[in-house]
Design a protein around this ligand. Structure first.
Ligand code: MSP
Length: 705
């Protein structure tokens, strides 16, 4: 009999920057579901990809001095490499710049015009649009801010193709009524229902002003609205062409069983997407599943806010399973959760190293030492078990397994993990009570010893199977150390039965799967690697403490942008300006970096300088020289660390106009991120810095050149 199919997708991620722990969260969650479903006998298709069109990609490329295609080519590789590093078991990857995708998008709209001739029409549009979230903020030209990121919407005034969303209100409400599982969790479903009940406006699905996109069929002056383009990836990625000439994969896997995503993009998936599909006469996805946000430093982790943690250093220091375990265990799925590297390392040591890792290596070592490395015979009838045995076995009953499987099915990952780790704790307790090390010293109690070690080994097998979707690497290794052959991925989790461990099996060499780490050292290694990602070539000691001769922040050579801006007074070619941002302390404490006497204009042009207005300033705990300054640079408020505490009291700075270097790679000092530099002169005899400012009135964000 052929296996039932299951198709799950992540959102396709914007390829304007590299992925962070927040982007990895969705991909990891989907991977846990995909692995779990495969263990339940499903044939799983798992799609992810990159969203590569739109004005924010265009602008990011312009800023980086490359073409949009070069930018997305570079970033999509980083996404792919990360998924590989994280052991993500996707079966497909779609890029919206692929020809197969463009064809699918154009064909979807053609099909829509055929099936529902009234669904699409042309009209003049005037409104406000957020280029960062690709969202129509308001349908009037008056200034309005984006509901997601709070940035001001840009004025758009042009003729567009519109989708008659208003005509789908009743059909959508009917969909929600007839499919109460359509959106998880419920409270978010209710928000969507209220939104649709309050009336729907038609939406523009093409743009004339944007060049970087998929051309509208037979009207190439228009490109598709990025969300129409992006949503179609869920079908183009598995072989949708036009609904008539589709590949076997599409015929097999569509409709999607789960589209998973963060809460901010529910509306696109639960309102727009089903309406687009209804209009084209295509089957609808079965379920939209939305999780909350990972918060970092009290805000949504997001590149544009600069508060991101990267997954690669965590994997390099703690292994692949640690991040997966932590994200699923610590966050209640569906709600926002905090990310903290300290908490991650604490969990790693407590639950993984001291918990499962220690349990499995103890039991396996005892089998190696007391039973010649062979699983002992332990299959004795119930009456011979002590009360402790009976209670312990009860915890591994079919009912307990069902509870854990139900938790996986219902997206209760933290609950599933908690129940599995309760099994780890009871196995530890079981050993403490039964004391196999004492039994081993008494030949008369050999049977008892074998029974205890069999039960302990079988409990580890159970735990390995149940925990596999979350921590696939370590459980596979435990599986092999237990002498089991084949891939744990192929074991049926829903057919797990106590007693299937075969006595007489030769075990492998017991090896720790989660070595304990020193918290401080692990943290330092992670932070150093993160700084290196933010600012390649920066992995020297922290600028605020170093006294070595080190180039200023971001300067790999003296002629680089930041190096130029940071030339202290007196250095060859320097004026009276010094940067007092991320390299401030370095400027104060270190000799001048080597710079050539002259630089070309092209070097200077690399430095982006803007007028900033200081919103607030405060001291940084544990750093005498540093102030944390929040500075408005027009389209955002940046956090900059400046080494000006000896020169200015924090309250003196509020409202002051300053010059900010805005295109410096972010850097951490004392665990606090700095996202830019303030310019200052540093030639006073008392060594104090004097901030550059403006005599005339000038608004925040204006370019300085
Ligand atoms: N390109 C669109 C999606 C199109 S899908 C047809 C997009 N891209 S995105 O790069 O902004 O990624 C958004 C998704 O990344 C979120 O929906 C969520 O799945 C994940 N996350 C990004 N930051 C996150 C957190 N801080 N926390 C949790 N998830 C996060 O929107």
């Amino acid at each position: 009999m052929s296996k039932p199919k299951f198709y799950i997708t992540t959102p396709i991620y914007y390829a304007n920057s590299r992925p962070h722990v927040g982007s990895a969260y969705t991909t990891i969650v989907c991977d846990v579901i995909a692995r779990y479903k495969r263990m339940c006998g499903y044939d799983v298709a798992y799609l992810t990809g990159t969203d590569e069109h739109g004005v924010n990609i265009e602008r990011a490329a312009e800023k980086a001095g490359v073409t949009p295609q070069q930018l997305v080519d570079k970033n999509e590789k980083i996404f792919r490499d990360l998924w590989k590093l994280l052991g993500i078991t996707t079966t497909g990857f779609i890029r919206t710049t692929e020809p197969r995708h463009a064809l699918a998008v154009q064909n979807l709209v053609r099909r829509t015009m055929r099936v529902s001739p009234d669904a699409i029409y042309k009209k003049k549009y005037e409104g406000r649009y957020c280029i960062y979230d690709n969202l129509y903020v308001s349908d009037t030209p008056e200034p309005a801010d984006c509901q997601i990121c709070g940035r001001p919407g840009e004025l758009v005034s042009e003729e567009n193709y519109f989708f008659r969303l208003s005509a789908y209100q009743q059909k959508l409400l009917e969909l929600y009524r007839s499919n109460p599982q359509f959106l998880y969790p419920d409270f978010r479903f209710n928000e969507v229902k209220s939104f649709v009940e309050s009336g729907l406006k038609d939406i523009s699905i093409s743009r004339k002003s944007v060049k970087w996109g998929i051309p509208w069929p037979d009207d190439p002056e228009h490109v598709f609205y990025v969300w129409y383009d992006a949503l179609t990836s869920y079908m183009s990625g598995i072989g949708f062409v036009d609904g008539e000439h589709d590949g076997p994969e599409f015929k097999k896997y569509w409709p999607a069983d789960i589209h998973a995503m963060g809460k901010e993009i529910i509306r696109f998936h639960a309102v727009y997407w089903p309406a687009f599909l209804m209009a084209a006469g295509i089957e609808l996805p079965k379920q939209i599943v939305a999780h909350g946000w990972l918060l970092f430093e009290q805000e949504k982790m997001s590149k544009s806010k600069g508060n991101v943690a990267y997954p690669e250093p965590i994997v390099k220091v703690l292994g692949n399973d640690a991040l997966r375990y932590y994200l699923l265990r610590e966050t209640v799925f569906g709600q926002d959760g905090n990310f903290s590297r300290e908490a991650l390392i604490t969990r790693y040591n407590a639950d993984l190293a001291n918990g499962l890792g220690n349990l499995s290596s103890r039991v396996l070592t005892m089998i190696a030492n007391y039973c010649d490395g062979v699983i002992p015979a332990g299959r004795v009838v119930g009456e011979q078990f002590s009360e402790n045995h009976r209670q312990f076995l009860g915890r591994f009953s079919d009912v307990s397994v069902q509870i854990i499987l139900a938790a996986y099915e219902g997206f209760g990952f933290a609950g599933a993990i908690e129940s599995i780790w309760a099994l780890v704790a009871s196995a530890d307790k079981y050993l403490v009570v039964e004391k196999p090390w004492t039994l081993a010293s008494d030949p008369v109690r050999r049977d008892e010893l074998e029974r205890v070690l069999y039960v302990a080994a079988e409990s580890i097998r159970f735990i390995a199977v149940l925990a596999f979707p979350v921590i696939p690497d370590a459980t596979q290794r435990i599986w092999e150390q237990l002498g089991q052959t084949g891939r744990l991925a192929d074991v049926r989790i829903d057919e797990l039965k106590w007693g299937d461990l075969k006595p007489g099996t030769k075990i492998g060499k017991p090896e720790g799967v989660f070595p304990r780490v020193d918290k401080k050292e692990a943290l330092e290694r992670i932070e150093t690697m993160e700084n290196e990602i933010r600012n390649p070539g920066s992995s020297q000691p922290d600028a605020s403490t170093t006294t070595t001769n080190k180039p200023a922040e971001g300067a790999s050579a003296g002629t680089s942008a930041a190096g130029t801006a940071a030339i202290p007074a007196g250095a060859p070619g320097a004026g009276q300006s010094a940067a007092v941002g991320t390299s401030a302390a370095a400027t104060a404490a270190t000799p001048a970096p080597a710079v050539p006497a002259k630089i070309g204009i092209e070097d200077f042009a690399k430095v982006e300088l803007r007028v900033g207005v200081v919103k607030s300033a405060e001291k940084v705990a544990g750093a005498d020289k540093l102030l944390k300054v929040m500075v408005d640079i027009g389209d955002e408020v940046r956090q900059v660390l400046a080494g000006i505490a000896p020169s200015y009291a924090p309250e003196e700075l509020v409202g002051r106009k300053v010059v900010v270097v805005t295109n410096l790679a972010p850097r951490k000092m004392r665990g606090v991120e700095s996202n830019g530099m303030l310019l200052a002169a540093s030639a006073r005899s008392d060594g104090k810095a004097v901030l550059c400012t403006f005599a005339e009135d000038i608004s925040a964000g204006a370019k300085v050149k």
